[in-house]
Design a protein around this ligand. Structure first.
Ligand SMILES: Nc1ncnc2c1ncn2[C@@H]1O[C@H](COP(=O)(O)OP(=O)(O)OP(=O)(O)O)[C@@H](O)[C@H]1O
Ligand SMILES: O=P(O)(O)OC[C@H]1O[C@H](OP(=O)(O)OP(=O)(O)O)[C@H](O)[C@@H]1O
Ligand SMILES: [Mg+2]
Length: 325
C-alpha cells in the first residue's frame, strides 16, 4: 500500500458546508465512515484518498508543512501564515465562496482620516504628541506589516488580537484594527470605517496544493483525477449547451457567433445532416437563440451541462508546473 493522498477540508465554520457542496458538485462525494464527529473521511471511488477535517487555520499550517497534499482554506490564512507562500504552496483555484476582505479600519469619528496617507500623518502626529505609537489590533500581523510598509506608515505598534478585534478601539486596547469583513456589519456596529485604500487582500476560499507533500507518482495521479472532476465541473458551469439544426449554417456564421457571443463549437461545425452543438456563456443565450433563428433555425434547444471533460486540464497543468520534477 502506498501512502494515502491527504485532502484537508474545513471541519467547522462558514467554509465547511460550502466546501462539501463544492466537491459534491464536482462529483466527489465526501463521507465520514466513523460518523459526524469523526475527523477522518473518504471520497467515494477514490480508495487512496484520506480526507482530513481540520480548522481553516490548521489547514494553512499543514499545507506549509507538507503534511497534506491539497487543502481548502481562505487565501487570507495562506498569505498570513505562510512566509514565501508562492514558493511553498499553489493556489490552484478560487472556489467562489468564503469571500471576505482583510481591511484597515479606524473609528468613524476620525472624519479627516480617509486614506492610508492620512493615517501616515495622524500616526506620526500621535507619536510626536504622546511619545508612544498608535496601536493596531489584529491577528493578521504579517499582512499588516507588509501593507503598512508599502504605504510607508511606520509609527504604529501591533497588538495581537485573537478575537473580538473590532471591539478593541472602544475598550481602549488599540486605536485601530486590521481584520476580515464580509458584510461590514460588525465594523459598523463597532463605529469603525474602512479606509478608502485600506483593503489589504480580497480573499476567498481556495483549493491549495502543498509543494512539500509526498508527491509520489500515485499521489500525482490522484491529484490529476481530483482536478479532472473539478475542471470538468468548472468548464460546465461557464456554458450552456445549445443545439439546433438548419440549412444555412456555415463557417462564416459560426465565426460570427463566436466573435459576437463567445460561443465555442466543441464538436466542430454542423454534421452532414446539419445538426449543430454549441457551448454558449449563459448571459448570451437569448441573443444567440435570436441570432440562430434569424439565420434560419426553427428550433434552438438549450440545456445545462453537468460536466465537460476536455483533453486539456488547465488545473492539473498548473499543478504539474509547480511541483518539483
Ligand atoms: N465574514 C467572515 N469573517 C471571518 N472569516 C471569513 C468570513 N468570510 C469568510 N471567511 C473565511 O473563513 C476563515 C475563518 O474560518 P473559521 O473562523 O471557520 O476558521 P478558523 O479561523 O480556522 O477557526 P478559529 O477562528 O476557531 O480558529 C477566514 O480566515 C476566511 O478565510
Ligand atoms: O463583516 P461581517 O459580515 O460582519 O463579518 C466579519 C466578522 O465575522 C467574523 O467573526 P465570527 O463571528 O465568525 O467569529 P470568529 O472571529 O470567532 O471567527 C470576523 O472575525 C469578523 O468579526
Ligand atoms: Mg474564525
Amino acid at each position: 500500500m502506498s501512502a494515502p493522498f491527504v485532502l484537508a477540508v474545513p471541519s467547522k465554520g462558514r467554509l465547511q458546508e460550502n466546501a462539501e457542496a463544492f466537491f459534491a458538485r464536482a462529483g466527489l462525494t465526501l463521507s465520514k465512515p466513523g460518523g459526524a464527529r469523526d475527523y477522518r473521511g473518504t471520497i467515494a471511488g477514490l480508495d487512496n484518498v484520506e480526507v482530513a477535517y481540520l480548522s481553516a487555520s490548521e489547514i494553512a499550517a499543514n499545507l506549509a508543512r507538507g503534511s497534506v497534499h491539497f487543502g481548502v482554506t481562505g487565501e487570507d490564512l495562506v498569505r498570513e501564515s505562510i512566509t514565501d507562500a508562492d514558493k511553498r504552496v499553489l493556489l490552484i483555484d478560487g472556489l467562489g465562496f468564503g469571500y471576505a476582505n482583510v481591511v484597515v479600519a479606524v473609528p468613524q469619528a476620525w472624519i479627516d482620516v480617509r486614506t492610508m496617507a492620512d493615517l501616515d500623518d495622524v500616526t506620526t502626529g500621535f507619536r510626536a504628541q504622546h511619545n508612544r505609537r498608535m496601536r493596531v489590533a489584529t491577528k493578521y500581523i504579517n499582512l499588516t506589516r507588509g501593507f503598512f510598509a508599502q504605504h510607508s506608515v511606520v509609527d504604529y505598534r501591533i497588538v495581537e488580537s485573537a478575537g473580538a478585534t473590532e471591539g478593541a478601539p472602544a475598550v481602549g486596547t488599540a486605536e485601530m484594527i486590521v481584520d476580515i469583513t464580509t458584510t461590514g456589519a460588525t465594523l459598523a456596529a463597532n463605529g469603525l470605517k474602512v479606509l478608502d485604500d485600506g483593503v489589504l487582500l480580497r480573499s476567498q476560499a481556495n483549493l491549495v496544493a502543498s509543494r512539500e507533500a509526498d508527491w509520489s507518482d500515485t499521489a500525482r495521479e490522484t491529484a490529476r483525477v481530483i482536478l479532472d472532476h473539478i475542471a470538468s465541473r468548472a468548464r460546465a458551469g461557464k456554458y450552456k449547451e445549445v443545439r439546433t439544426r438548419f440549412k444555412g449554417c456555415n463557417d462564416a456564421l459560426l465565426a460570427e457567433a463566436h466573435s459576437r457571443f463567445g460561443v465555442v463549437s466543441p464538436f466542430g461545425g454542423p454534421t452532414s445532416s446539419g445538426m449543430l452543438t454549441l457551448h454558449c456563456p449563459p448571459a448570451q443565450i437569448y441573443a444567440l437563440g435570436s441570432f440562430l433563428r434569424q439565420h434560419g433555425a426553427d428550433t434552438v434547444s438549450v440545456a445545462a451541462l453537468d460536466y465537460v471533460f476536455d483533453k486539456e486540464n488547465p488545473l492539473f497543468s498548473k499543478l504539474a508546473a509547480f511541483l518539483p520534477q
